[in-house]
Design a protein around this ligand. Structure first.
Ligand code: PBG
Ligand code: ZN
Length: 336
């Protein structure tokens, strides 16, 4: 295959042929939308560092779910802002905690809508770390496992379809699996935040979820962004502990990790397009410096090309709307 006999441009001549040879396609069914729920009534408070994203009260959930359904987005991942925080994150595993009640509210409104829950303690602890601390402020691993398992079970009991531990404690997938199975939730899958890096890209999320650590950072439990081999070891551990889906997070600076994880394990792989990645696009778009639609669809398609089967993204609604618009207008965009 050589020029001048072979000319790659031949297969780029028209939208039809370009669509025919297109390798990766984004679908609205790949998208998972993050939702932040909090106590109160009639609340829909915009997160200042994430324009277009809101902390909402439970009474606002039905409208939210209806909107997502209409757009063809069938799954959410829930994050909770509790009424009270304490040293051990009690509301995280309280039967009537904010996330547990949110699950019930969604399931009451639309039983088939797929509800995933983030399982971690940082939103519920007064110190903002992802686990319980000892007297030297070290995050205790094994004590935390017990609480995470309780949290996961309480989510399943409230009707969650899937749980997603994001804490990065060692052994949490096994601890959660055995607790779920013991309580009879054998069909609730675990989506493990397997390769979760200690990242500056989570900044806006910590405002959205009010979960910034009160001191220090998460570098004693989240991974060093410099480490790709370690990401594979972490992912392998989660698979051995029976994770059903593995995740890489953040997305943009870790596309090589997505690729390696998918190539190495062939597992259902999720990528988390995190808050800072969203904020960056929104800021540039607001300034008129970029074409938001084009950049978002190109980026999400890039995640699929890199090996992601599903994407958690704050762009989910916009992306779904844009894909629909294009389909109706007969535009051959990123979809097949
Ligand atoms: C909780 C959690 C975080 C995110 C998802 N789950 C924050 C963190 O680990 O500090 C980040 C999501 C985002 O930035 O969009 N452990
Ligand atoms: Zn956490």
């Amino acid at each position: 295959m050589q020029y001048p006999e072979y000319r790659p441009r031949r297969l780029r001549l028209s939208p039809t042929i370009r669509a025919m040879v297109r390798e990766s396609a984004l679908a609205t069914t790949d998208l998972i939308y993050p939702l932040f729920v909090k106590p109160g009534e009639g609340l829909r408070d915009e997160v200042s560092s994430m324009p277009g994203q809101y902390q909402i009260s439970l009474d606002m959930l039905p409208a939210e779910i209806d909107e997502l359904r209409k757009l063809g987005v069938g799954a959410v991942i829930l994050f909770g802002l509790p009424a009270h925080k304490d040293a051990v994150g009690s509301e995280g595993y309280d039967e009537h905690g904010i996330v547990q009640e949110a699950i019930r509210a969604i399931k009451k409104h639309d039983p088939e809508f797929y509800v995933i829950t983030d399982v971690c303690l940082c939103e519920y602890t007064d110190h903002g770390h992802c686990g319980v601390l000892d007297e030297n402020s070290y995050v205790l691993n094994d004590v935390t496992l017990e609480l995470l398992a309780q949290e996961a079970v309480s989510h399943a009991a409230a009707g969650a379809d899937m749980v997603a531990p994001s804490d990065m404690m060692d052994g949490r997938v096994a601890a959660i699996r055995s607790a779920l199975d013991r309580e009879g939730y054998v069909n609730v899958p675990i989506m493990a935040y397997s390769a979760k890096f200690c990242s500056g890209w989570y900044g806006p999320f910590r405002e959205a979820a009010d979960s910034a650590p009160a001191f220090g950072d998460r570098s004693q439990y989240q991974m060093d962004p410099a480490n790709g081999d370690e990401a594979l070891r972490e992912t392998e551990l989660d698979i051995e502990e029976s994770a059903d889906i593995v995740m890489v997070k953040p997305a943009l600076a870790f596309m090589d990790v997505v690729w390696r994880v998918k190539e190495t394990f062939g597992m259902p792989t999720c990528v988390y397009n995190v808050s800072g990645e969203y904020a960056m696009v929104k800021a540039a778009a607001e300034k008129g410096w970029i074409d938001e639609k084009r950049i978002v669809l190109e980026t999400l398609t890039g995640f699929v090309r890199a090996g992601a089967d599903m994407i958690i993204t704050y762009h989910a609604k916009d992306a779904a709307r844009w894909m629909r618009e294009d389909a109706h207008a007969g535009v051959v965009g990123y979809q097949k």
